[in-house]
Design a protein around this ligand. Sequence first.
Ligand code: AMP
Length: 400
Amino acid sequence: MSSQHVLVLNCGSSSLKFAIIDNSTGDEVLSGLAERLAEQSPQVKYKYQGNKQSITLNSGDAHQVAIETLVGLIKQLSLDTHLVAVGHRVVHGGERFTHSVIIDDQVLQAIQETASLAPLHNPANLLGIKAAQTAFSTLPQVAVFDTAFHQSMDQVAYLYALPYALYRDHGVRRYGFHGTSHAYVSAKAIEKLGLNNKPSKIITAHLGNGCSVAAIKDGKSVDTSMGLTPLEGLVMGTRSGDIDPGLFSFLVNQLNYSTQQIDTLLNKQSGLLGISELSNDCRTIEEAAAEHHPQAQLALDIFCYRLAKQIASFLVPLEGLDALVFTGGIGENSDVIRTKVVKHLSFLGFEIDSDANLAARFGQSGKITKSSNSACALVIPTNEEWMIANDAAKLAKEVN
Ligand code: AMP
């Protein structure tokens, strides 16, 4: 069978992450990032056959130009011949999308309608979709939603204790995000543990710049830490995670904050950055903490305490646990964070295997807890691009 390649696009408000994935192997044939779109000196950086290169765009050039440049590059490298679909990461699918779909006019409209729930993300995703439809008019375009995997949650898990009309009339509820990653690593864990087609209880911790935990029973998400927006739940790089909602009126009434300022405070100035007053980057914080920087140590301690507390709370919906999975930039690379979290959970029978935990730092994924009588924690690298490519190739095959 000839190889099937999928172009995967993740379009942000001023950036466009792209990759061409060989769907049979998961290999990245081409990968890159267009950044500073619609701003000064936008640039397309890419990696092909191990070489990193860049193309400078004109100031003000936006998504359409970036995608046209990408098309030119793909043609120049003769990578267009194997393309079977374009897969788009779409952040919010609301209650409408429980799985990936081929994009048609109705889907476009539904993504547009859901933009009120994700005003920063969905409009940017739409820009990418429209530009790709123009540039690759013969290829099926597929939307893969960050929220879809969590649509299996029960009302008890997804409803807030607010007036019900806010849910009924405005869709205010927990949706959850990082669904593609939670789905991918939980499926890998189930496979690794030999639990295919058997009952399984997995907790996945996706820890990157954004962080979320999911409780996954028999392969289905039953609860997750992010909510209506990706702000709820864990401490993240720059996001606060859970706070007392009473903070809003305090900030407004006592400190004269505007909604815009509150939004910036909670999304961009809080989390690891806010506590450490140093950085949102976990590596910088770990280095500073190792040199006894008190606020860096505190940021790590709060991050791990809150994470462990959230993980333990998911034993309620799962009524047990087969494995805890760490993934994402921090989850895959930080032996420090994993050690602290597992230590908090030692009362559940977790015992870290220090050698295996350290080896995971150097790319060796797998079990990081002791084999005998110990609860199981695993490191499994996520691969959202491959999940998107898989879904896109599968749906493209159905329409052809
Ligand atoms: P992501 O959003 O998944 O790309 O993850 C980004 C986060 O992973 C940042 O906070 C990085 O500091 C963190 N990260 C990447 N490599 C390491 C590492 N070796 N040790 C600790 N944190 C890391």
